[in-house]
Design a protein around this ligand. Structure first.
Ligand code: F6P
Length: 395
C-alpha cells in the first residue's frame, strides 16, 4: 500500500484481505503502525517522530518497516499467497528497498489518494480517537496528526516508474492510473474489489413519525411526535445488543433526534450528520401538504405524477437530481466507516429510496415508489459475492 496517512489504505487492505480469504487465498496484512505501537509504546503520536530530519526516529521507523518486510517474505516462503504491506511507503527510497528485498515475488503497489478536504478532515478526527492519542488533549492530538501528515508529504513521491501499480481514488473508488508490466497474481480480482462498493451490514432506517407526517406535509424541519419518539426508543432497544459505532443522518432534526435515542443505548457511538442525506428539496412546495399542493399548484401535482423520477420541483430537486449527492453521501459513509461491521443510516423517504436503489437495481420509474415505512428498516449486505436485502421489523 502507498499513500499519505488517513487516505483509506488500511480499509482497502482489509477489504482485499477479506475478499481474497473468501476464496480461500492465504493472505496476511503486515501493518507498520501496529508494529510501531507494539515496539515503541511511548509517544509515537507526537509529530516529531515523523519528521524526516529526526535521524533517530527515521532509523526506528526504517527498522520497523524492515521487520515487517522480513516477516512478509517469510510468510510467502512458508505457504502464504498474498502479503499486504500496509504502511505509507511514501518515498521512492522505501519502495526501492521493498523491491530489493522482495525481489523473488511479484509486487503490486496500490496507491490511495483522496482529494476531498471535508472527508479527509472527518477521517483525521476519527484517527485521533485511537488509543495512541489518548494522553494528548484533543486540539494537540489534531494538530499533531496534521503535522504528521505534512511530514510525510515532504517525502511523498507518487507512483510512477514502479513495475506494477494502480492508483486509486479511495473515496470515489475510481482507478486514476494503472500500469501492469508483468504478471501479478490475483490482479483482476483485486482491481475489481478496489472499485466495488461493499457493505457488510447496513441498517437503513427512516426517521420516526413527525408532526409534519401527521399532516401529510412535506420537507421542512419538523420534530418527532410522541409516537416518533416511541419508535426511536424501540429502535434503540432493538439495536442495543449490536455495536453501532457510527450513525449517519441528514442535517434535519427528525433524523438526528431518532439517532440520539439509538446512540444513548450504545457504549460508543458517533452521529455524523451529512447534508447529502437531506430529504428531497421540494422547492416552492416545502412545508405544504399534498392536498395544499394539489389546490395551489395543480400543474405541479399532475406533472410530477406523469414522471415522478425526473420531475423537478420548481426551485427544488427531482429524484434524478438527488442521485449525485446521495452517491456522494454513500461514498462518505463507506470511506468513514472503514468498511467496519455495522453501519447505520437514518434518512428520509425519498433519500432512503435513492440509497436503496444505489445498492439494489430498480427501474427508475419505480424508485419514487419504493416502500419506506417508519415501523420497519432495511437490512442490506452487499459484498463481491452476494447481495442481500430484507425489510425487517424492530418491534
Ligand atoms: O412526507 C415525508 C417526505 O419525506 C417529504 O418530506 C418528501 O417530500 C416526501 O416524503 C417524498 O416522498 P414522495 O416523493 O413520494 O412525495
Amino acid at each position: 500500500m502507498v499513500g499519505l496517512p488517513a487516505r483509506g489504505k488500511s480499509t482497502l487492505a482489509t477489504k482485499i484481505k477479506e475478499d481474497l480469504q473468501h476464496d480461500s487465498v492465504k493472505v496476511r496484512i503486515f501493518n507498520n503502525g501496529d508494529l510501531r505501537r507494539k515496539m515503541v509504546p511511548n509517544n509515537t503520536s507526537i509529530a516529531e517522530f515523523y519528521n524526516p530530519d529526526n535521524q533517530e526516529a527515521v532509523s526506528i521507523r526504517e527498522r520497523i518497516a524492515g521487520i515487517n518486510l522480513e516477516k512478509a517474505k517469510r510468510f510467502i516462503k512458508t505457504g502464504g499467497a498474498v502479503a499486504i504491506l500496509d504502511a505509507t511507503n511514501a518515498s521512492r527510497e522505501r519502495r526501492n528497498n521493498i523491491q530489493t528485498i522482495l525481489n523473488d515475488h511479484p509486487l503490486l503497489f496500490i496507491e490511495c489518494v483522496n482529494y476531498d478536504e471535508e472527508i479527509l478532515n472527518a477521517n483525521i478526527l476519527r484517527k485521533i480517537e485511537a488509543p495512541e492519542f489518548n494522553y494528548l488533549p484533543y486540539d494537540e492530538a489534531l494538530s499533531s496528526f496534521k503535522k504528521r501528515i505534512a511530514y510525510y508529504d515532504r517525502i511523498y513521491t507518487p507512483l510512477k516508474d514502479e513495475l506494477n501499480f494502480i492508483r486509486i481514488d479511495s473515496l470515489h473508488k475510481t482507478v486514476l492510473k494503472e500500469e501492469i508490466r508483468n504478471g501479478v497474481p490475483y490482479y483482476d480480482q483485486i482491481r475489481d474489489f478496489l472499485v466495488t462498493d461493499t457493505i457488510k451490514h447496513l441498517y437503513l432506517i427512516r426517521h420516526g413519525e413527525t408532526f409534519y407526517n401527521l399532516e401529510n406535509r412535506i420537507g421542512g424541519d419538523s420534530d418527532l411526535t410522541e409516537n416518533g419518539m416511541r419508535q426511536a426508543r424501540e429502535l434503540a432497544e432493538f439495536f442495543s445488543n449490536k455495536e453501532i459505532p457510527l450513525i449517519f443522518t441528514s442535517l434535519k432534526k427528525r433524523t438526528i433526534q431518532t439517532a440520539e435515542f439509538i446512540k444513548a443505548m450504545q457504549k460508543k457511538c458517533t452521529i455524523i450528520p451529512l447534508a447529502e442525506f437531506n430529504e428531497i428539496d421540494s422547492g416552492v412546495c416545502e412545508n405544504m401538504s399534498y392536498g395544499e399542493i394539489r389546490e395551489k399548484y395543480p400543474f405541479i401535482y399532475s406533472d410530477r405524477k406523469k414522471d415522478k423520477y425526473n420531475y423537478e420541483y420548481p426551485e427544488g430537486e427531482a429524484y434524478a437530481t438527488m442521485k449525485e449527492r446521495i452517491g456522494r453521501g454513500i461514498n462518505k459513509v463507506l470511506y468513514l466507516s472503514n468498511s467496519s461491521g455495522n453501519i447505520m443510516i437514518i434518512g428520509h423517504r425519498a433519500a432512503n429510496r435513492m440509497i436503496l436503489s444505489h445498492f439494489l437495481f430498480r427501474r427508475e420509474e419505480d424508485v419514487p415508489y419504493i416502500y419506506i415505512p417508519q415501523d420497519k428498516f432495511y437490512y442490506i449486505s452487499v459484498t463481491q459475492n452476494r447481495k442481500f436485502f430484507e425489510l425487517r421489523k424492530y418491534k
